[in-house]
Design a binder for this molecule. Sequence first.
Ligand code: IMP
Length: 203
Amino acid sequence: MKEQISFLLASNNPKKQKEMGDILAGLGIQVISMAQAGIDVQPEETGATFEENALIKAKAVCQAGGLPALADDSGLAVEALGGAPGVHSARYCPGTDWDRLAFLLKNMENIPEEKRGAKFVSAVACAWPDGRTAVWRGECPGVLLQAPRGQGGFGYDPIFYLPEYGQTFAEMSQQLKNKISHRARAMEQCVAGLAEQIKTAGK
Ligand code: IMP
């Protein structure tokens, strides 16, 4: 029988844990939440990039729990706004997801269609107790609409349009989004990277 390797996840979001756990089960990795491990750390996300923030979280949880730890950081980078809201996506303005979406639309008010390019970015980092670290990035390009479309998803999904699918992330099935999203792409890299680490270091 394949030996199980335990990895901590720098999150208490059960959906994230299930999604990552399902993907990593094939490598013999069991994903444990901070709550399950009795860890309560909330490091400040002071990094200037998604990669830096993911690493800050992975290192803090690894140190607190003494096991390898995974963390992710994600957001929306808008070309016409020089990459904003970027690492500040979750706190672009106070209020709800809808308030932030409306704030973004307002900031894009005078931007013509051909200049409304944007991408979702996800960084997934891993930190090991022996000091090894790794970070992987996934991107999903799209275009920002002038008004929301669709009921699904969360965050900026209703204005994030993917021309090749003719749908916003909020109109798309969760199944398709999970296949093509920035997170899915980062996790593909992560699986390959972790497989390599397990082959060479045994964990
Ligand atoms: P995190 O939880 O610190 O990674 O922050 C992610 C933030 O980026 C969320 O609160 C959303 O505003 C935005 N975001 C990241 N991924 C998505 C997505 O798939 N759809 C919509 N918004 C997203």
